[in-house]
Write a protein that binds this ligand. Structure first.
Ligand code: SF4
Length: 225
């Protein structure tokens, strides 16, 4: 179990405009607005990762079982894409967050700046998630294993959002400054929890995206595939 707060989260204006405009030219006034918003961002981020390794003890049908060291088995109702864990012997359960301050500032800012801060916050959360993925990649490399994609309840099609309780229950959320409401909403709001399998059954060395299997993909401006 580990809590990390030492990530450098760097976002360039070109990344933001490319994500928002999806390759189309971005008007200069918006580029300037993005640059202005970005100047404020470093002081508004409190990135944190809290993670734990679990053994993947079974994957069958639409479910998987995991067990933390010294703990009891937990069942995950992953759904029709449970095979994404079929190659895993271990999995990294990780919650990531950028803290509450950026969202507070976005709520106080004017409409455009608030929107841009919100978008930049989503991208920043993605960078923190990438840092968590790097933990899984390093562990897999040391064991000469491969890594699977990052998957999350509520995003991966067919995996009920209620399973955030199972994943979060494996982590010391409060020590990391995070909370999960009884309805499964994480606080701060720009937080997420997911799972990355590693094992000899995977071929890749970098954590992939499951955007093509995500229930939000049609509306998501951050999707990768
Ligand atoms: S489509 Fe969007 S919400 Fe879904 S996994 Fe990809 S980035 Fe995340």
């Amino acid at each position: 179990m580990a809590i990390r707060r030492d990530m450098a989260v760097t976002i360039e204006a070109a990344e933001v405009t490319a994500a928002l405009y999806r390759g189309r030219p971005c008007p200069p006034w918006l580029v300037r607005a993005v640059e202005t918003a970005l100047e404020r961002v470093p002081a508004l981020l409190d990135p944190v990762i809290v993670h734990r390794w679990v053994a993947v003890t079974a994957v069958s049908g639409e479910g998987a079982e995991v067990r933390a060291e010294g703990g009891r088995r937990r069942s995950l109702r992953i759904g029709p894409h449970a095979r994404l864990l079929a190659g895993a012997r271990r999995a990294l359960v990780a919650a990531v967050s950028i803290g509450p301050r950026l969202d507070r500032e976005a709520g106080r800012a004017d409409r455009l700046e608030g929107y841009l801060l919100d978008c930049i916050g989503v991208m920043a959360l993605g960078k923190v998630a990438d840092a968590a993925a790097a933990v899984a990649e390093t562990e897999a490399r040391q064991r000469r294993w491969g890594v699977g994609p990052r998957i999350s309840p509520g995003s991966l099609a067919g995996w009920p959002v209620e399973d955030v309780h199972v994943l979060c229950g494996l982590l010391p959320l409060a020590e990391a400054g995070l909370e999960l409401s009884p309805r499964g909403v994480m606080h701060p709001l720009k937080s997420a929890v997911g799972l990355i399998g590693i094992g000899p059954g995977y071929g890749g060395s970098t954590v992939g995206s499951a955007c093509h299997l995500c229930r939000h993909r049609e509306d998501c401006w951050r999707r990768r595939q």
